[in-house]
Design a protein around this ligand. Structure first.
Ligand code: ZN
Ligand code: ZN
Length: 245
């Protein structure tokens, strides 16, 4: 089978994340990704998958109308009890939502403080506002790093420690190392880390794991250009998750 270069951005926050701009709507994210020439994206809001179905549906509607193929992986950026940020990505909405249901007992019971953290806007696939999310998404969950790994794998998902080069909210900053007893095939390094030679100074990690880099966009303009790619046998969610997990 012919291998393809698949251009991606697998770390994008929608308007549901309190820290993201309110114009990060499903259709604007999808439109910007297509404009930038991306093939594969994931929307990864903090501690919720609620914003994902609208983005998946917006991408499907766009393909029907205009023929642009953009795969959207259902995703979530979970903050573990150790305050380590993990991207959990899934093959389809069904498994992602079952995963979220099993994760929900670990969600914080606090309510959002809009004045401090910002709005958590829920959009439908036509960019109509459905409401505000009550739960404080910025608060960490109570699930451990290891338990989140096993829960994600149970649902055939990809468990990707996020921005591991950063001085906070990363596996290296908060745990001190990447736990060797777990088979972590992919890690994310921020664009800044890549620029400052992370791969060259961390050859051991680079030898063991795929290193991907995504935007962590909170505004439309920050979504990646056609710059980072993975090599897959075909452009499907299945092939992407098989590579990443
Ligand atoms: Zn993060
Ligand atoms: Zn993020």
């Amino acid at each position: 089978m012919q291998k393809q270069h698949i251009y991606y951005d697998l770390h994008i926050h929608s308007a549901l994340s309190p820290c993201a701009a309110s114009d990060m709507t499903p259709n604007d994210i999808v439109g910007m990704a297509v404009l930038n020439g991306l093939d594969l994206i994931a929307v990864t809001d903090h501690n919720t998958l609620l914003g994902t179905p609208a983005v998946v549906k917006a991408a499907e509607a766009m393909q029907k109308q205009h023929g642009n193929k953009l795969i959207v992986l259902p995703g979530i950026e979970v903050s573990t009890v150790e305050e380590v940020h993990i991207l959990c990505l899934f093959r389809n909405l069904e498994t992602a939502l079952v995963f979220e249901n099993e994760l929900s007992p670990f969600f914080s019971k606090l309510s959002n403080r809009i004045d401090i953290f910002g709005n958590q806007v829920i959009y439908d696939e036509k960019d109509c506002v459905l409401g505000e999310m009550e739960r404080m998404l910025i608060a960490p969950t109570s699930i451990s790093f290891d338990d989140l790994y096993f829960l994600t794998h149970k649902h055939n998902g990809a468990f990707i420690p996020a921005h591991i080069d950063r001085a906070s909210f990363s596996v290296i900053s908060n745990l001190g190392f990447i736990p060797p007893h777990l088979k972590i095939n992919t890690v994310e390094v921020s664009p800044n880390g890549i620029e400052h030679g992370f791969k060259e100074t961390n050859k051991e990690i680079a030898a063991k794991s795929n290193i991907i880099t995504s935007s962590d966009a909170h505004q439309l303009w920050a979504i990646s250009e056609r710059e980072n790619y993975i090599v897959l046998p075909e452009l499907t969610a299945e092939a992407a998750i098989d590579f990443l997990r």
